[in-house]
Design a protein around this ligand. Structure first.
Ligand SMILES: Cc1cc2nc3c(=O)[nH]c(=O)nc-3n(C[C@H](O)[C@H](O)[C@H](O)COP(=O)(O)OP(=O)(O)OC[C@H]3O[C@@H](n4cnc5c(N)ncnc54)[C@H](O)[C@@H]3O)c2cc1C
Length: 487
């Protein structure tokens, strides 16, 4: 541990208490990585504050001494945004897990940043409400992490991403000042600083109190599973549904390889011989859902679906979702290693980009399984390879990078919901000009003039670029333990 950091420890103990500071090597090692373990570093010191005042005192101490800090929630991030600094302080929010208020009259919840996403829904459910953004990691990931990554989920097509559900924040800035942005009201005048903070990946400070919208639980939910011979036919159904003005809660698609993997893992019983399955979920008032249900079923058949299954109760719905929810983990069964990619394209570009991915796969001999949020064009290609085969990892990383290039060429983005972190910072120049990046850096510096807030994340740092491939080996431990579903 650098001397400068060592000298801060007595003061950190005064602020967070002895049990709120971790300095022993094994304790620090626990926090070495997030959801992608190939990016790992032991933090210099770990603090576990319990209040905004403690976070503010820690950040002020960091600022006074020019020491970097990294915020961390549950560490489920998939872009190494919470990768610690060996010369810095890792600020973990796991002891800030109080739900401060469920205010149904204003349809708001006020929570501390370490609250797990699903716990808001659990607290709101008895009142007939839920928290709509639903990352598949929602049992464990924190609301603070969701804010920082602007997380999404299967149902964000209709309900929007995290940014659409945050109305108020208490933020401790990198200088240690505490500011309040927004509140329970729907809108605040002036610059949209909440919009700026959401998705800032821990580079503008630490959110210590978060006010989110609560959404009324729908009267009815119905789910359709349609099987097609080809991805193009499935894509045509998606275009027809959206083009007809129907806004489903979720529209998800899987290709033949991911269906094969899901079938092998959980025997989900999807129609044999399907080149693509489409899952469409509708929710809302009973009369609307029933009318749209009939329309969606008809449009799927017209687009060429050779089998259409419908589910109107929770057990049937769970059966339909089973294959989709287990698809990512299931891929670990048909391939020893794989890269989890995350990119976005305009919905209309999906068929073209998927065809190019298939060509890339054929040219390189690297298999790619596609499981994705078809409704909002958010692709999650899984690039499969055998890590015992010499050169396979590099070829897979090459294909994975080319997929991001395809997304950019199609007018999309290098990330849909997992953020940039350190993992994708090197891809930012492919999407933004030097002037764009300089403007972003200026914006960041307005909050963090010393450059101590989660340094080297989000914006490219040349010396770090190209050092590591983006490889995930096997299923994530959370999935293996049954504590999270994958996408
Ligand atoms: C099995 C699995 C499934 C997943 N499914 C989805 C999915 O469906 N959709 C999706 O979008 N993502 C998904 N993810 C990715 C991940 O769960 C989300 O990005 C999540 O929001 C991260 O939350 P966390 O608490 O784990 O944050 P961490 O990983 O601890 O941190 C993530 C980032 O947030 C910053 N941060 C954390 N807390 C704060 C705070 N209070 N203030 C400021 N910055 C902070 C960190 O510095 C870091 O940059 C999945 C991950 C796994 C492992």
């Amino acid at each position: 541990m650098p001397d400068q950091l060592h000298a801060l420890i007595p003061r950190l103990r005064e602020i967070c208490g002895d049990d709120g500071v971790v300095t022993d090597p094994m304790g620090r090692r626990t926090y070495a990585s997030d959801g992608i373990p190939y990016h790992a570093a032991d933090p210099g010191v770990v603090v576990l504050p319990t209040s905004t005042a403690q976070v503010a005192a820690v950040l002020r101490l960091c600022a006074d001494n020019g020491v970097p800090f990294v915020p961390r929630g549950a560490g489920t991030g998939l872009s190494a945004g919470a990768l610690p600094r060996t010369d810095g302080v890792l600020v973990v929010t796991s002891r800030m897990r109080r739900i401060l208020e469920i205010d149904t009259a204003n349809e708001r919840a006020v929570v501390e940043p370490g609250v797990a996403n699903l716990d808001i829904t659990r607290a709101a459910a008895p009142h007939g409400y839920y928290y709509a953004p639903d990352p598949s990691s929602q049992q464990v990931c924190t609301v603070g992490g969701n804010i920082a990554e602007n997380s999404g989920g299967a149902h964000c097509l209709k309900y929007g991403f995290t940014v659409h559900h945050v109305t108020g924040l208490v933020v401790v800035t990198p200088s240690g000042d505490t500011v309040r942005l927004g509140g329970k009201a729907a809108e605040a005048p002036g610059y949209d600083l909440i919009g700026a903070f959401v998705g800032s990946e821990g580079t503008l400070g630490i959110a210590t109190e978060i006010t989110v919208r609560l959404t009324r639980a729908p009267q009815k939910v119905s789910t359709v599973l349609a099987a097609f011979a080809t991805m193009d036919a499935g894509g045509a159904a998606v275009s027809a549904i959206i083009g007809a003005g129907v806004l489903p809660a979720a529209v998800e698609m899987m290709d033949a390889l991911s269906i094969e993997a899901a079938e092998a893992a959980v025997a989900c019983g999807y129609p044999p011989g399907a080149g693509a399955v489409l899952i469409v979920e509708l929710d809302g008032p009973t009369a609307d859902v029933d009318a749209q249900f009939a329309e969606v079923t008809r449009m799927c058949r017209e687009a060429g679906a050779f089998e259409v299954r419908t589910a109107t109760d929770a057990a049937e719905r769970a059966r339909i979702w089973k294959g989709r929810k287990s698809a990512f983990a299931a891929v670990g069964r048909i391939s020893p290693a794989y890269i989890v990619q995350d990119g976005v394209v305009p919905r209309t570009a999906l068929p073209r980009v998927l065809r190019r991915i298939a060509e890339l796969s054929a040219e390189s001999g690297i298999r790619v399984a596609n499981v994705f949020h078809a409704g909002d064009g958010n692709l999650h290609p899984l690039v499969l390879f055998d890590d015992t085969e010499p050169g396979a990892e590099e070829r897979a990383a090459e294909v994975s990078g080319r997929i991001l290039d395809l997304c950019i060429e199609a007018g999309g983005s290098i990330t849909g919901e997992h953020g940039v972190g350190i993992d994708k910072a090197c891809h930012m120049p492919a999407m933004f000009s030097a002037d764009d990046l300089a403007a972003m850096d200026l914006f960041r510096r307005a909050f963090d003039p010393l450059g101590i807030a989660n340094p080297e994340k989000l914006l490219p740092t040349p010396r770090l670029c190209g050092e590591r491939p983006r490889v995930a080996k096997g299923a994530h431990p959370l999935v293996a333990e049954g504590r999270a579903e994958l996408f």
